[in-house]
Design a protein around this ligand. Structure first.
Ligand code: RIB
Length: 319
């Protein structure tokens, strides 16, 4: 039944260019890289691919340039089974590009050129785009887009998740609180939680956030230490799975997609965290933001770690 659920993701679609190195050059200095690779990126687009690989219907709304990278990125999404019909093309800007500097420990630093991504406006979020969708995910920090998407999705009775990243966190609680209020799932990493909640203690920071903003679920991802879920005044925690890290780019997007899939499947809170941690852990073992796992890979991984009951439950929910 849930197999037919369609998740709409809106936000950025980028060309990611990766450089793996153990040193960052100073002005006028050059350093050697161990390897370089490139591929599709953009948090919202990565999320869309992960949703499709995890077995739900996937639609993407974003904006790219009228250039060869725009063509390439749309084709790539299409080949993953993502519905690309509503992607906007703009002529006045080039497709968004991100330079990702990957450390030998898999950590990432990004330099972003937003370009054509900024061509997406609230007017592009029409009822037609949302028609046939069960859940709307907004993966960008632009409050005018979040506001419009939330309003339309809620007027159509849909659930909404937001992963606004650093750009949203940097705006501060007073500016974003009304925009986020009423969202079903709000995802952020621990850096963003500390910045928004103005405390170095993640739990304290989250309490400060939830004193001002009302959401059904707040998720704080902790990288290799797993994730926290704040819901109905309680905190739940699930550790990440130990894996050799190759590239953490897009791990948060994979986590968000798997968490939304688990939510659509109506799993228990801890099971949702376990499923999302497993998917994100598998992503980290491979290069690039689009190396999220397929449903079968996540289920095999969980089974091998003794989660046979959960695997059976997930398979049952897809019937
Ligand atoms: O979340 C990872 C993504 O952030 C990358 O793919 C990059 O494009 C940036 O938007």
């Amino acid at each position: 039944m849930n197999k037919k659920a369609v998740v709409l993701s809106m936000g950025n679609l980028n060309l990611d260019i990766y450089i793996k190195t153990d040193s960052i050059p100073r002005p006028d200095e050059s350093v050697d890289a161990y390897e370089t690779y490139m591929g599709g990126g953009g948090s919202a687009a990565n999320f869309s691919v992960a949703i499709a690989r995890l077995g739900l219907g996937s639609r993407f709304l974003g904006s790219v340039g009228n250039d060869q990278f725009g063509d390439m990125l749309i084709k790539e999404l299409e080949s993953e089974g993502v519905d690309v019909r509503f992607i906007k093309r703009v002529s006045h800007e080039r497709t968004g590009t991100v330079i990702v500097i990957v450390g030998l420990d898999g950590s990432k630093r990004m330099i972003r050129y937003s370009g054509a991504n900024l061509g997406l406006t609230p007017d592009d979020i029409t009822k037609e785009v949302i028609n046939g969708v069960s859940h709307v995910h907004i993966a960008l920090g632009r409050t005018e887009i979040i506001e419009a998407a939330k309003r339309i999705a809620k007027s159509m009775g849909l659930t909404v998740s937001v992963d606004g990243g650093t750009p949203l966190a940097r705006k501060g609680l007073d500016i974003i609180k009304d925009v986020i209020d009423g969202v079903d799932v709000w995802l952020m990493n621990s850096f963003e939680a500390k910045e928004l909640g103005r405390s170095e203690n993640v739990v304290k920071a989250t309490e400060n956030i939830l004193n001002k903003v009302k959401v059904k679920e707040l998720i704080v991802t902790l990288g290799p230490r797993g994730a926290l879920l704040f819901k109905d005044g309680e905190v739940k925690y699930s550790d990440a799975f130990r894996v050799p890290p190759v590239d953490t780019t897009g791990a948060g997007d994979t986590f968000a997609a798997a968490y939304v899939v688990a939510t659509v499947l109506d799993l228990d809170p801890i099971d949702k965290l376990v499923f999302a941690n497993a998917a994100a852990s598998l992503k980290v073992t491979k290069r690039g933001a689009r190396s999220s796992p397929r449903l079968s890979e996540v289920l095999n991984f969980l089974e091998s770690l003794g989660y046979a009951k959960l695997v059976k439950e997930i398979l049952g929910r897809f019937e």
